[in-house]
Design a protein around this ligand. Structure first.
Ligand SMILES: Cc1cc2nc3c(=O)[nH]c(=O)nc-3n(C[C@H](O)[C@H](O)[C@H](O)COP(=O)(O)OP(=O)(O)OC[C@H]3O[C@@H](n4cnc5c(N)ncnc54)[C@H](O)[C@@H]3O)c2cc1C
Length: 409
């Protein structure tokens, strides 16, 4: 903010300052306008920037730290269909199709793999529940293969022999979420998007009164005049929405992940335990843990994951690490001697009905793209596409109604 004073004040001291800082002069002296300003440089903001710029709009993306500095670097990169049903499944199917297109279009490698996933069943009851999911997915056109214990052991020899079996979902994908965010942003920049990093949004200018629309975005590096804002600030979207008088019902839901030393080839598919969906759907505040194991391209394992409501606290808890490690060795006993080299925690943007909030609000020009909880990586492309269709008034997909923010504002 102070730097704006330098631009408009021509006193001698200020002219000296500007001579010393020619780059800053350029940065702050240029008038900034955009068709759309996106707030947040996570996977959702990046996908919105990618599709909006592809549609020919001038886009400015504002990120207070650096790209992928929020939840999109503190998560797994699984693109799952089997954990979804109804409208969320339809969104997921469309997003998987779009991820395939994105992979072909982007120049950067972001660890995209058609890995499939395996759902692990510890007992007959879990196997039956898995078979039901498999049947429902097949009816929606996806593939699913029931794995009796012997076949599971052939595919994944490190799995504990106590398991009853599993289900292979071959259509699920895997990406490196941080690199995917950066790759989408790099493509968006090639399409003309201006990325303003280390720049915090501190206010949104909008005309007062009912029907008053967005006019501009006030950042720590100056004001950008715009008639449209896409709020893609993850769990921090609540703070942004309050700037235009909207209270969001979303809450941060913390999750921990452990990173092991390199064990290339230890598992061959991402693995999730049968009870995973119960933890996703539960509304309890207390921590819940379910195994999610994923191999990274560098041969390290990511072991998750936990879910708990504890505000905006992102510190790593020792008890969570212990719970995750115990859980992982229950399913993969060979991990007992594998060192944990790192751990981190991220905040999922949880919404009350489990669906994201995507679309316009009662403030003209203020759009939401948040509330994806544990599916933001999966649903990023379809979110970017929907936001773009809404802004350009192209024909929309029917799912647009289901995710419309008005349902819970
Ligand atoms: C442990 C864990 C595992 C997960 N696993 C998966 C998975 O396997 N598959 C999947 O699909 N999803 C997964 N998720 C969920 C996924 O990570 C999130 O849904 C997704 O990352 C949310 O992306 P986002 O862009 O909305 O938010 P973020 O990545 O948090 O981005 C928001 C950005 O907004 C910026 N920002 C905030 N306030 C301001 C401001 N005032 N001004 C400017 N910038 C601002 C922040 O700095 C941040 O960079 C997981 C999440 C966790 C925690």
């Amino acid at each position: 903010m102070v730097t704006n004073v330098f631009v408009y004040n021509s006193s001698e001291a200020h002219m000296k300052f500007l001579q010393k800082h020619p780059v800053r002069l350029l940065k702050f002296a240029l008038p900034k306008t955009a068709d759309v300003v996106i707030i947040g440089g996570g996977i959702i903001g990046a996908a919105c920037a990618y599709y909006l710029s592809a549609a020919g709009l001038s886009v400015h993306l504002v990120e207070r730290h650096f790209p992928a500095s929020g939840t999109s670097r503190a998560c797994d990169g699984l693109i799952l269909l089997w954990d979804k049903s109804g409208p969320e499944l339809a969104l997921g199917q469309e997003s998987i199709r779009l991820w395939g297109q994105v992979e072909e279009h982007l120049e950067e490698d972001f660890g995209f793999e058609r890995s499939g996933t395996i759902l692990l069943a510890e007992n007959g009851e879990q196997l039956q529940a898995g078979e039901k999911r498999a049947q429902a997915l097949r009816e929606s056109g996806q593939r699913a293969e029931i794995l009796p214990a012997g076949r599971l052991a052939t595919l994944e020899p490190e799995i504990s022999p106590h398991l009853a079996g599993g289900i292979l979902f071959p259509d699920d994908l895997q990406v490196d979420p941080r690199r995917a965010t950066l790759a989408l942003l790099a493509a968006a920049k090639r399409q003309g998007v201006k990325l303003q990093a280390e720049s915090e949004v501190i206010d949104i200018q909008h005309a007062p009164g009912e029907g008053g629309g967005v006019r501009g975005v006030v950042t720590s590096q100056g004001v950008i005049a715009t008639p449209r804002v896409v709020c893609a600030a993850g769990v921090w979207s609540n703070h942004i929405a309050r700037m235009v008088g909207i209270d969001l019902p979303t809450r941060p839901r913390k999750g921990h992940i452990l990173v092991t030393a390199r064990r290339p080839g230890f598992i061959h598919h991402p693995l999730l335990e049968g009870g995973y969906v119960t933890t996703v759907e539960s509304a309890h505040d207390a921590r819940q843990v379910a195994l999610v194991a994923e191999m990274t391209t560098s041969g390290k394992l990511l072991l998750g994951s936990s879910r708990e409501f504890c505000g905006y606290d992102r510190t790593v808890s020792l008890s969570a690490i212990q719970e995750l490690a115990t859980r992982a060795t229950r399913f993969l006993p060979g991990l007992e001697s594998t060192p944990i080299i790192r751990s981190y925690a991220g905040l999922r943007p949880w919404s009350p009905d489990g669906l994201p909030l995507i679309g316009p609000t009662r403030v003209p020009g203020f759009y939401l793209a948040t509330g994806h909880e544990g599916a933001g990586i999966c649903l990023a492309p379809v979110t970017g596409r929907l936001v773009t269709q809404m802004i350009t008034e192209e024909a929309r997909r029917p799912e647009a109604e289901v995710v419309a923010p008005g349902r819970c504002l």
